[in-house]
Design a protein around this ligand. Structure first.
Ligand code: IMO
Ligand code: MG
Length: 427
């Protein structure tokens, strides 16, 4: 058993894509199991940068099979766009990409509904990526208005069903937003039937496929999207995404029980970022936050929004590590902190006069949390060329050791730049 999972322990954007890419050559199958094109996974090699959103990172290596499993929500136009972009860069995408026939489909009304909902909430908006992710998952949970990829291959039933759904959606959207122009069910049906034809060679029962390859002792790599603190059940609700983006989602999203996974790798940035709304105790609304944003190029891959930046929060990431059940840590973007004189790590929260290391279950309590910081000296040296743990400056070693101690897990990988070779394996 040598399957692995890569899970973000913060609010997403932990550079999971780089770790998945590094591990692909030790695996046979890469599996995306939740989220949709709200994710933005960046991979750099051979002087090229690839940004993937729905496609698993494994797609960049044609010898690997990549699976978009049942728990993912799929915008077919976005998916086909990504596939053609890769093909245009001479990366073949064929039978090596499998798409679950049980995955749910994002339609234009999902995107329209999300825009209306977000616009109506002003400063209290969730700050979503506006890709129709939450509204699609909502329809999946309520079932009556949901369409799965497999439904697209029964055109008559699909057309009739979509007609019924679009009629209702038009009524709702018109009531919520009088300027809304009704959608044409027939036109959407034909458009989506066209997408279905283009995707046909990829669509299959991925759960059956995954169990077949497990029986053949193939090695699976599970690629988490978003992060543990954005998990619908366990994250900072309601400022979360609509899927199980902690380790909890692997089983439900792929149909593969966790006992088939031998290693869960928790990915953390050496600091913290967040996009969208919600409390962020260690946020730095000052020149240090701006410095981190500039050096770390902290702008959203999907939406281009500037990311909120702050010190590493060991209370939050420690909670993420516990709910996701990770075995070890991969610390990313350590090089971004290289110019700072002093670096801080949040070790506890003070909430209403009480100091706690527990992560609050309610965002109102998190919003009142004042971080208790440990201060460490900066290393003030370029570390992007370091390739061995022993070659890090002592202050950088001390920083890595503090993260490990506070989260209670060993650090196995440290990343000091976007390229594959800017990686230090600690064991
Ligand atoms: P990767 O995989 C960071 C955030 C959005 C918003 C909230 C809900 O690149 O780490 P949604 O559109 O999912 O309903 O938005 O979740 N969010 C992410 N933040 N990285 C991501 O993915 C994210 N995907 C969603 O900014 O706050
Ligand atoms: Mg991202």
């Amino acid at each position: 058993m040598s399957s692995t999972a890569v899970i973000g322990l913060q609010w997403g954007d932990e550079a999971k894509g780089k770790i998945v890419d590094l591990l692909t050559d030790r695996h046979d199958v890469v599996v995306r199991y939740q989220g949709g094109n709200n994710a933005g996974h960046t991979v750099a090699f051979d002087g090229q940068t690839y940004k993937l959103s729905l496609l698993p990172v494994g797609t960049l290596r044609p010898s690997i099979t990549s699976v978009i499993a049942t728990g993912v929500v799929i915008n077919p136009a976005a998916l086909l766009g990504e596939i053609s972009q890769l093909r245009a860069r001479n990366i073949p995408v064929g039978k090596n990409l499998l798409i679950s026939d049980r995955a749910h489909v994002i339609f234009p009304y999902h995107i329209a509904e999300e825009a209306v909902l977000e616009d109506s909430r002003g400063v209290n908006a969730i700050g979503t990526t506006r890709r129709g992710i939450g509204t699609c998952y909502r329809d999946k949970a309520s079932r009556s208005h949901a369409i799965r990829i497999g439904d697209l291959y029964f055109p008559d039933q699909f057309r009739a069903r979509l007609d019924e759904i679009v009629t209702q959606k038009n009524t709702i959207l018109k009531a919520l937003s009088p300027a809304f122009q009704p959608l044409d069910a027939g036109q959407i049906a034909e458009e989506y039937l066209g997408y279905a034809e283009q995707l046909r060679e990829h669509v299959t029962d991925t759960t059956a496929f995954l169990h077949k390859v497990i029986a053949e002792k193939k090695r699976l790599l599970f690629e988490g999207a978003q992060g543990s603190l954005l998990d619908l059940d366990h994250g900072t609700f309601p400022y979360v995404t609509s899927s199980s983006s902690s380790g909890c989602g692997i089983h439900s999203g792929s149909g593969v029980p966790e006992r088939h996974i031998s290693k869960m790798i928790g990915v953390v940035k050496a600091y913290t970022t967040r996009v969208g709304g919600g409390p962020f105790p260690t946020e730095l609304n000052n020149e240090i936050g701006q410095h981190i944003r500039d050096v770390g190029r902290e702008y959203g891959t999907v939406t281009g929004r500037p990311r909120r930046c702050g010190w590493f929060d060991a209370v939050a990431a420690g909670y993420g590590a516990r709910i996701s059940g990770v075995d070890c840590l991969s610390v990313m973007l350590l090089d971004v902190l290289s110019q700072l004189d002093e670096i801080q790590i949040c070790t506890a929260y003070e909430i209403d006069g009480c100091v706690t290391k527990d992560f609050p279950s309610h965002v109102a309590a998190l919003a009142r949390a004042k971080p208790v910081f440990r201060k460490l000296p900066g290393w003030k040296r370029d570390i992007s060329g370091v390739r061995k743990l022993a070659d890090f400056p002592a202050a950088a070693r001390a920083y890595i050791d503090s993260l490990s101690e506070l989260i209670g897990k060993p650090v196995e990988i440290v990343s000091i730049g976007p390229d594959r070779d800017q990686t230090v394996f600690c064991s």
